[in-house]
Design a protein around this ligand. Structure first.
Ligand code: PLP
Length: 395
């Protein structure tokens, strides 16, 4: 049986009823004009959310991981060098995917809890006199640690270094929840998934691709078939699709973007900041701290809470699920057991977040952690009551 409670995992997120219904479309012939009528508004909407002024949007029946694969296989050749920082589970997985594809990944290690080390990346680019680095990979929002990286700052560093590498950004857990500016930041490929800020079920990899990355596609020799941008571009230009599309998800995507734009993208971002700030104040009131090393690194979509010495974050996650029917995220990789994660993205309001904070407190008390029930909830309530009201979207 499904729990009626909202989930507090950092994706998949809660699905608004309107989006669930929008996904429920009767079978249509995807080789007919009806498909184009469904597809075009979804693609146009993604362009606005990503803030693209040129290039192409591709929607693959896949997930964020497929988006990573599509990005590299369409633009690179075996043995090409890419530069990537490792500072969490998702930056690690993208590196691993590149290595499995035979790319030479120049890895910059950074502590988990830090963001993309811009100075070190700039240094590596400056040292690359021969211009062998073809692409810089950046995880905008490291979901494992709740860390946001400064993509505008990274672009500025690339420009300062005068390096012509492409910039590929994983925005899987930031896009549609936190400000993203593909054109302004000079992003060559942005990767998103349907199941986070877009509030859809999992099943779509959503990519924005710049003209520079599209040009790289002609000389790229990494094997690709299902994810071939050329097939997708050709078919979509003719109003079709290279294979059977995920029609329901594409219909839901248009509805999702309509909801985001009805609320206003800036208001969506402000709501996520507000939800996150309430969580952060609760964490402080608990006497705990976020995994993100400094305030400027704190993500507005997920907070990884460092648990007290001797405690295990996974115990809290298990208890919350078993006893209260509430889902939090476990720690992953290097921070497994050392954190639990509160996802606060997608269809959530202040009062929904308060219920998650109250549940976390009950679990901490049940587990014998030092906690005063209501302390974090009260800190968040004070913040939510006092901060300027934002019209909230629910259902
Ligand atoms: N990148 C980030 C930042 C993520 O948070 C995730 C999943 O949580 C992924 C990539 C992988 O996406 P998927 O699980 O949709 O393949």
């Amino acid at each position: 049986m499904f729990s009626p409670n909202p989930v507090f995992i950092p994706g998949p997120t809660n699905i608004p009823e309107a989006i669930r219904k929008a996904c429920d479309v009767p079978t249509l012939d995807h080789r007919s004009a009806a498909f184009g009528r469904l597809y075009r508004p979804a693609v146009a909407g993604v362009r606005r959310v990503l803030r693209m002024d040129e290039g192409e949007v591709f929607l693959f029946p896949s997930t964020g991981t497929g988006g990573w694969e599509a990005a590299v296989t369409n633009t690179l050749c075996p043995g090409d060098t890419v530069l990537a920082a490792r500072f969490g589970m998702f930056s690690q997985r993208w590196i691993d995917l590149c290595q499995r594809h035979g790319l030479n990944v120049q890895v910059i290690e950074a502590p988990w809890g830090e963001g993309a080390p811009i100075g070190a990346i700039e240094g590596a680019l400056r040292a690359d006199i021969g211009g062998t680095i073809r692409a810089v990979l950046a995880t905008h929002n490291e979901t494992a640690t709740g860390v946001r990286s400064d993509i505008a700052g990274l672009r500025a560093a690339m420009d300062r270094a005068g390096h012509g590498a492409m910039l590929f950004v994983d925005g899987v857990s930031s896009i549609a929840s936190m400000p993203f500016d593909m054109a302004g930041w000079g992003v060559d490929i942005a990767v998103a998934g349907s199941q986070k800020g877009f509030m859809l079920p999992p099943g779509l990899a959503i990519l924005g691709v710049s003209p520079k990355a599209l040009a790289a596609m002609d000389s790229a020799t990494l094997p690709r078939a299902f994810f071939d941008f050329r097939d997708m571009a050709r078919a979509c230009a003719a109003g079709g699709y290279p294979y059977t599309p995920a029609v329901g998800l594409i219909a839901g995507l248009s509805r999702s973007i309509e909801m985001l734009e009805d609320e206003g993208l800036d208001a969506v971002y402000a709501r996520h900041y507000r939800l996150a700030e309430g969580v952060r104040r609760a964490v402080t009131a608990w006497g705990l701290r976020p995994c993100a090393a400094t305030a400027d690194l704190q993500s507005d979509t997920v907070t990884a809470v460092v648990v007290p010495e001797g405690a295990n974050g996974s115990d809290l996650v298990k208890l919350a699920a078993d006893k209260y029917g509430v889902a939090f995220g476990v720690g992953l990789g290097e921070v497994a057991g050392r954190v639990f994660r509160i996802g606060h993205l997608g269809m959530l309001t202040d009062v929904m977040v308060l219920s998650g904070l109250a549940t976390a407190e009950m679990c901490m008390a049940d587990l014998g952690w030092t906690i005063r029930l209501g302390s974090g909830v009260a800190a968040a309530q004070d913040y939510y009551r006092g901060s300027t009201g934002i019209v909230q979207q629910a259902a």
